[in-house]
Design a binder for this molecule. Sequence first.
Ligand SMILES: [Zn+2]
Length: 411
Amino acid sequence: MVTSTPELALRARWVLPVASPPIANGLVVVRGSKIVSVGVHAGEPARDLGDVAILPGLVNAHTHLEFSGLAAPLGTPGMSLPAWIRHTVSARRATDATEHDAAVAQGLRESLAAGTTTVGEIATRDWRAMEPQAARLTPDVRMFFELIAPVVARVPAALAAAEQFARDTRSPNILPGLSPHAPYTVHPQLLSGLVELAGRFQIPLAMHLAESPEELELLRSGGGPFAELLRDFGAWDANPTARYPQVLDYLRQLAGAPRSLVIHGNYLDDQDVEFLSAHVATMTVVYCPRTHHFFRHPRYPLARLLKAGVALALGTDSRASNPDLSLFDELRFVAAEHPDVDPATLLRLATLGGAQALGLSDRVGTLEPGKRANFAVVQLVEQLADPHDAILASTARVRQVWIGGELAHSD
Ligand SMILES: [Zn+2]
């Protein structure tokens, strides 16, 4: 006798598949962990979720969950990145492994409750051992293991650690990636080695790039606050070959990986944008709106990047530079800051854009048959003509979160 898994049918005032226009009076049918169909509710038996929108679980393309226990960002708004990094190093040194793991678990719970079902995480400590308790009904994670080697002597050990991580990490819920941290902490030999590993293991790379004026100053002149910072940490390599002269050199290296994420990109110039728009199939820029605002950088060139066709995703970055881990709050912030960008585009960045960035768009990021049944169910209070406006209204709240066809969070 053949038994089939029962279907679950969910009816909502709106369904926003992202891959196609919003559906009023929508129906999503799930079997097991996958979506079977998405369409209009025509009266068939269904669980009616009421005045809500069902949308793909959000994809937070960039965070550092180790800082999720912080009640407020470190430092002060508008401070320089090198000065802020001194705070993060102190915070990390004051944290033991138990506190670290508790913060990560707290960050996963907070992300889930905020409607995020997939996370691009930068891990400085390998927290895969947490998986037994983290595996069921927590966000899927693309875990980018962070590598740092500002001086050439540290490159071999960093590459060995990266290779071991890439080889060992194989699980349904935590997928591997590697993160060459940033131009000021990554020797070009480390970067080229990581690009090679990314190709060999077919995994993505994530690198903080074009983030601050001090980074550009270091590349241009070989000096400035980042040189001072590295000297203070005994990690300064004065040799000009210890870094490339411009952001574009790093982009060219990253383009050699099967997939790469350019984290921040606050200071991309015209040639960088042109390069990125010619590499949309494999390179994504991750805009972290409220973190960008925390550092008081000049206005983010969002409309310009979109117009150039650059692939974009959104991230919260961590609670060390952001008050919380809600990607909905990022969307609301961006909608207010960039009224020239339409809300449907913003939702796409927070779902499909992130899924593509993390190399997971074959399984998440839209509501389509065959994809994982990961949903954010948003209660709509204001009845606005465009459901995108309704979910971005300040009164909208995440009522349920589903992962793999199971209710993972309920408000
Ligand atoms: Zn970051």
